[in-house]
Design a protein. Sequence first.
Length: 451
Amino acid sequence: MDIAFRSSYSPAMMSSAPALRPRVGIDFGTTNSVVVIATPDGETHTTRFIFPGHPESETCRTLLCLWQEEARGRLAVHQAIGAAAVDAYLDDPAESRLIMSMKSYLAQTSFRETRLLGRRLTLENLVGFFVAELMRAVGIDPATVDATVGRPVQFAGDAPDDAFGEQRLRDGFAEAGFRSIAVALEPEAAGWRFARRLDAPATILVGDFGGGTSDFSVLRFDPAIGRAIPLGHAGVGIAGDQFDYRIIDNVVSPELGRDSTYRVMGGAPLPVPIEWYASLARWHRLSLMRTPATLRAISDVARTASEPDRLHALATLVADQQGQALYRAVGTAKAELSHADSTTLRFHHKDIHIDRTITRSAFEGWIAPDLAQFDGAVTTALERAGLDEADIDRVFLTGGTSFVPAVRALFSARFGNERIDRGGEFVSVAEGLALMQGNTASQSGVSTTTC
């Protein structure tokens, strides 16, 4: 598959200072990844991606597709990333493997390796494949740049080992060819980008909402000395993907039989296995359901189910690998609720027909527990900084989830609209990472490893 990419960076930008290595900021996200190049004059240039049949974008979906093709009598593994990965997967879903949400597993010690296309691959291998393709796409040799990579305050997952997650992140980038890697906290990076707007010292709270994690940092910036002092951090392992889960759990899962019952040997009605719907609502688990054993189990339950058609619909969704189409419909509905009081989630495939109106008020009720976790993390960050709301001069929100009205309302209620600022929601972390490289000596949140 031929893929066209375009970067606003060119080697000529560095010609005035040939002794300096290009500085690159990389926001390796759960959902999207961004690459930004900083030049010696302090300017940043965000790379742009052009995939055939897709609109140009500053972000690249953090997706990796692997497949095999025979050449000269040998099987060779091919790969594609971003929107091209989805296209490659849909071209031949039976013979390809779509890898997603890699970042969500970094801090999970239980996930060491997987078997794909007859090969044993570690998570570091998969991250390395993706990042190598990402850098190839923008025409940058990883061995020739100084890179700063972002990491969340707290990685996603159950009982995450944050130190383990950071090391695996470093190892994955090393496999992609990087020789020197600096790692910085993502909310601090977003704060650096925001600090360029300041003309006086200020204490700010940064809320960085990703796909799998949400982080909050309190920092003191002084533009006169070009330095940030971290005062307190907190994070939670939920973000945009969790909001998708709420929609699937409340709208889609009931349509696919979650509330059905079935009988064993004519006994009392039993609830259908809830683990199927836990996987359905977590997009990185759905593809793992497409096994003969799971499909056979769904078929067996459907024989005595109170709503067999809904169970058959679940089996069809899994067998036909319609997860991407489902998540696309859910994401569209979620985005529409950011500017409309209601929307209709539409998903159709064979005998599956979902047309469900969702009101913003209902959606906000579903995500109320998640908003409470955000609120608690903000309180923790302030307590660790030894400050309260009145001590915060500005609040900077970044990431796609910051568009959700209920999220903005949470911060407005605590800090007032006049102190809240937004902008560059999808690229601010990568821009800040690129800018921080010139100031790493003064950053307690940055650590560097030479590979």
